[in-house]
Design a protein around this ligand. Structure first.
Ligand SMILES: [Zn+2]
Length: 267
């Protein structure tokens, strides 16, 4: 009898352990689907945001944005990047005056002084404006950065070149402080702000170069992209302020479709 009781207790114990195991499994499955759901919601948020503005630009833009073969942003893999010193790229940035515009999807600084430019194979591309994305649009080795800055340039034939700088969390950036302060309600747009552009450019001048498109409608192709390898820093608070004002505003990475990415040093 005592033997039987012991046996029963043992079975009871085993039953409890088994039940606990099943419960743990169910919980982790539920936990995973919750995580997956959150991830999907995050992706949908990104897509919806971009598609919303595609519609605003009519069927032509939708056509290029959805069916173009040279779209941006892209995924960059170091081992696939070709070492090259062509084209020759020079940055001629100093201080400039900018009008800060709070757009629906981002903060944009429009150049009012026009003396900042880059040279691509000795051809001048003037800096027109710059704006921000969160999280970064380009990815390196499958990783996104907290944010990405885009400097948009145009040459005399209307061809565009965009210089991208990744942003990671760290020290506060003085220039961002100036820009963010002008996004507050009640600020007069007429007061242009003076920005020292070199404070946005990494000291280490290694960059990736490829041909792509605008990442927002009309998604125009033939854009020369210069993507700096090293990031610059914004503080956690500065990144948080942008997120609060604009949310996520980055486009998903697009297929390379055989395009080459080069690795070079910018001067
Ligand atoms: Zn952009």
């Amino acid at each position: 009898m005592a033997m039987l009781n012991k046996k029963r207790k043992e079975w009871k114990m085993r039953g409890r352990v088994f039940f606990a195991l099943i419960l743990a499994m169910c919980l982790s499955v539920a936990g995973y689907s919750l995580y997956e759901k959150e991830q999907n919601q995050h992706d949908e948020e990104r897509i919806e945001d971009v598609y919303y503005s595609y519609d605003e630009h009519g069927p032509d833009a939708a056509n290029v944005c959805e069916r173009g073969m040279m779209q941006s942003p892209v995924q960059i893999t170091r081992k696939d990047a070709l070492q090259n010193q062509s084209p020759e790229i020079e940055i001629h940035y100093g201080e400039g005056r900018f009008e800060i515009i709070k757009k629906a999807h981002t903060a944009e600084a429009v150049s009012k002084s026009g003396q900042n430019y880059i040279l691509i194979d000795h051809q001048q591309y003037k800096l027109e404006s710059f704006h921000f994305h969160l999280p970064s649009e380009h990815q390196v080795e499958g990783q996104s950065y907290e944010m990405e800055l885009h400097f948009v340039h145009e040459n005399k034939n209307g061809e565009q070149a965009v210089m991208a700088v990744f942003i990671q969390e760290g020290q506060a950036n003085e220039m961002v402080k100036e820009i963010w302060s002008r996004l507050q309600d009640g600020f007069s747009k007429k007061d242009n702000v003076s920005i020292r552009l070199p404070e946005f450019i990494p000291k280490e001048r290694r960059a990736f170069y490829y041909t792509g498109s605008l990442t927002t409608p009309p998604c125009t192709e033939g854009v020369k992209w210069i993507v700096f390898e090293m990031p610059v820093e914004f503080s956690e608070e500065q990144i948080g302020t942008f997120h609060r004002l604009f949310g996520n505003n980055s486009r998903q990475v697009q297929p390379l479709n055989g395009r080459k990415i080069y690795q070079l040093t910018v001067r």
